[in-house]
Ligand binder design. Structure first.
Ligand SMILES: Cc1cc2nc3c(=O)[nH]c(=O)nc-3n(C[C@H](O)[C@H](O)[C@H](O)COP(=O)(O)OP(=O)(O)OC[C@H]3O[C@@H](n4cnc5c(N)ncnc54)[C@H](O)[C@@H]3O)c2cc1C
Length: 272
């Protein structure tokens, strides 16, 4: 039987999976998306037969983790950490049940994986949808999970001829990636939380045409525009998201996982 099933292939899941498997544990990661990264994702598109990569989400994580620190983009570190670790992609966890010998995790398509323990790295408020977990949490643990405040954000991925120089309403920051061989510039605009809140009901198609014309009105030529809505939000403060032992065999963590030695130690002791 597996020692641990790790839910989520973001930076937390990747760091934990790599660390536990380096110590000889038999782990398996399940991830609902087609690829790794979570809130440190990268997106690719082929434009005029060039493959362009945009990094959206976090690109500057404060972390002690050597592998994460040694990469310019956390997404590339996550790919490296997961090398050699078994991962099931597009595996959407729908239920978690604790039984006598361990934990059974069930996907939305009815597949099951059994393990001795389960480490949950999805944004913690989402944990509340799993009754098998919530049923085991004390009132204080539920309060810790629900007290976290998250903000929404949009990532607008553009291929442009130059960076807009004037300030644009609703922009929290602009990231400039490497120019393509043909001289085009991939940039990612991250919107402010307030702008995202004001446009939560707007469709992605409308957002695309809004941002295209908004950026073009600043004299910039837009060759490609895509918008990613964060399904989960950004922690408002760098809140020390807790490491919660929900039951003998279940740990909830994420966000504040920085790879610090005390965290590694507490995880190992929690799983014992
Ligand atoms: C725009 C933006 C900017 C940010 N900037 C910074 C910054 O500058 N500095 C900083 O420190 N932090 C920043 N952050 C926050 C940082 O990205 C997160 O704290 C960190 O990436 C969280 O990683 P994680 O692995 O804990 O969670 P996630 O990256 O959310 O990973 C969880 C994974 O679980 C998967 N998942 C969810 N539900 C299920 C399910 N039911 N079944 C299977 N898989 C599931 C998700 O698809 C995801 O891949 C930013 C975030 C955003 C969005």
């Amino acid at each position: 039987m597996l020692d641990s099933i790790i839910i989520g292939a973001g930076v937390t899941g990747a760091c934990i999976a790599s660390s536990l498997s380096d110590q000889g544990a038999l782990v398996h990661v399940v991830e609902k998306s087609r690829g790794p990264g979570g809130r440190c994702s990268a997106r690719r598109a082929v434009v005029n037969s060039e493959t362009i990569q945009w990094y959206h989400g976090a690109i500057t994580l404060s972390t002690d983790h050597d592998v994460v620190r040694s990469h310019q983009y956390p997404h590339d570190a996550i790919r490296q950490l997961l090398r050699g670790v078994p991962v099931s992609w597009t595996w959407h966890v729908e239920a978690i049940d604790v039984h006598e010998h361990g934990v059974r995790v069930t996907s939305s398509t009815g597949d099951v994986i059994d393990a001795r323990s389960c480490i949950i790295t999805v944004p913690t408020p989402q944990v509340l949808q799993w009754s098998g977990v919530v049923g085991r949490m004390s009132a204080e643990q539920v309060a810790r999970v629900t007290s976290l405040t998250y903000d929404p954000a949009y990532a607008v991925m553009l291929l442009v001829d130059r960076v807009p120089t004037e300030s644009i309403d609703g922009v929290e920051g602009i990231r400039i990636h490497e120019r393509t061989p043909s001289g085009l510039l991939p940039v990612t605009i991250i919107t402010t939380a307030q702008w995202a809140r004001d446009h939560l009901a707007t469709s992605i198609d409308e957002l695309r045409s809004y941002w295209r014309s908004c950026v073009e009105s600043h004299g910039v030529k837009v060759i490609h525009c895509d918008v990613h809505r964060w399904r989960y939000a950004v922690p408002t403060a760098r809140s020390a998201e807790p490491l919660i032992k929900v039951a003998e065999r279940i740990v909830v963590t994420g966000d504040a996982w920085t790879g610090k030695p005390w965290q590694e130690l507490s995880l190992r002791s929690l799983l014992k």
